[in-house]
Design a protein around this ligand. Structure first.
Ligand SMILES: [Zn+2]
Length: 422
């Protein structure tokens, strides 16, 4: 037994070493930034690279170079150009993908800014962009070569925004989950409120498990950035929507959905901040927010409650799906014929890949939404906006209402924190 344990330890530690070596073989300790347009309409999708440059330092993990989560609607793979060996990959979702589901996208094109960042390659690389096909598989949409001799390193933008440390567990940025809070709708007149709201958001993060138990794995930094005007446009026509950051309510006609089309400008503000995840803090007390996986989260400021902030972060950080169905109205969804990629939603088509192993034998599937099963993991019908055909793990979870995260979501969040910190 002892031999086995020692043997296992050697294998595990050499695997870790191999990945570290991979980092030094292929990458420098800097960041490659690629700014591009993601455009198209229903059934048509294309990419157009706008700008490529390097910035100092790399804040992400150096050990988890390949993304094996299989989450998200898009996937980016980076290959060493000479050997075609895959050296880095990440999955994410996008505002483009959501726009593709709107009625306007049936006959007009949308054009969306996106940014990807990965460690700075030592040699030329090919970048492949994938999206999901109708069966949930990956389809390559575009491939682009980056010739590193043409890439310039660019200098800091610290004149526009200054880093404001909020909760720093350690300066070891490659082994921490680094969150940056970007204030939107605060002018210099609101500077005291901006600092106090950033501290409030930090307090909200650590008020909810599992984040509250893992404070030592998380760094939170804000930036001091002043907008042109106070407040967030989109509901009140007195606020001009043409701001640098472009954050506003009423995205795609959904009143309380806060997003921004100006990702290049957002990226300019934070390119010197070590970060893995972006949270946009909106200077408004009107309910609203949004969260897109490995893209960013937004939230209004409710002085009494951080539910929306943490719910949206559940989407943007862990790729969790909503565990509610819109007003519990029955909606026909073609998507229910396959298993959705969200780990806390199932169509029961391939349930063994989800949380089936966490359910006690005495709990029936589907599970009745009765008092008897109130605190039991099951498969409760109604999730991902749909009341029929999609199931959630718990009767009530933070991805549904202002309750703690359910055991399935908790497990997924911990796994994701480990991804950034181990
Ligand atoms: Zn949940």
């Amino acid at each position: 037994m002892k031999h086995l344990i020692i043997a296992l330890f050697v294998v595990i530690s050499s695997m870790g070493f191999a990945q570290n070596q991979d980092f030094d073989t292929y990458f420098q300790d800097n960041t490659l930034n690629i700014l591009y347009y993601h455009s198209g309409r229903v059934g048509i999708e294309y990419y157009n690279i706008e700008q490529t440059y390097g910035t100092k330092g790399w804040a992400g993990t150096k050990t988890k170079l390949l993304d094996q989560t299989n989450l998200g609607a898009h996937r980016v793979e980076v290959y060493a150009a000479n050997t075609q060996k895959i050296i880095y990959s990440r999955n994410h979702c996008s505002l483009f993908e959501e726009w593709q589901t709107t009625p306007e996208a049936r006959n007009s094109c949308g054009n969306f800014e996106e940014v990807i960042r990965f460690p700075y390659p030592k040699q030329d690389v090919d970048i492949a962009f994938f999206s999901r096909d109708s069966l949930g598989g990956w389809l390559e949409v575009y491939r682009h070569r980056v010739e590193m001799r043409d890439v310039a390193m660019i200098q800091s933008s610290q004149t526009k925004s200054k880093i404001y440390p909020l909760s720093i567990s350690s300066s070891e940025i490659n082994r921490k989950l680094d969150i940056v809070i970007v204030p939107s709708g605060y002018t210099q007149m609101d500077s005291l409120k901006m600092i106090s709201d950033m501290n409030l958001f930090t307090k909200f993060f650590f008020s909810k498990a599992p984040f509250s138990d893992l404070k030592d794995k998380i760094n939170i930094r804000g930036i001091c950035y002043f907008s042109e005007q106070t407040g967030v446009p989109g509901l009140d026509s007195s606020i001009n929507p043409n701001t640098f950051l472009g954050v506003g309510y009423n995205t795609f006609g959904s009143k309380r959905y806060i997003m921004t089309p100006n990702l290049f400008n957002l990226h300019e503000l934070i390119m010197d901040v070590p970060y893995d995840q972006i949270v946009i803090m909106c200077n408004s007390e009107v309910y609203g927010g949004g969260g897109i996986f490995n893209f960013y989260a937004t939230s209004y400021v409710n002085p009494k409650n951080g539910f929306v902030l943490i719910h949206e972060f559940g989407h943007s950080f862990a790729g969790l799906g909503d565990e509610y169905s819109e007003n519990d109205i029955e909606v026909e969804g073609a998507a229910q014929s396959i298993e959705p990629w969200q780990r806390n939603v199932t169509s029961l088509k391939d349930f063994s890949k989800k949380w089936q192993d966490m359910i006690q034998d005495s709990v029936p599937i589907p599970t009745p939404q009765t008092k008897e099963y109130e605190d039991k993991i099951g498969a409760y019908e109604g999730a991902a906006y749909v009341s029929k055909g999609f199931y959630r793990p718990f009767q009530n979870c933070l991805m549904r209402s202002d309750k703690p995260f359910c055991p399935v979501c908790t497990k997924e969040i911990i796994k994701m924190i480990d991804f950034y910190t181990e």
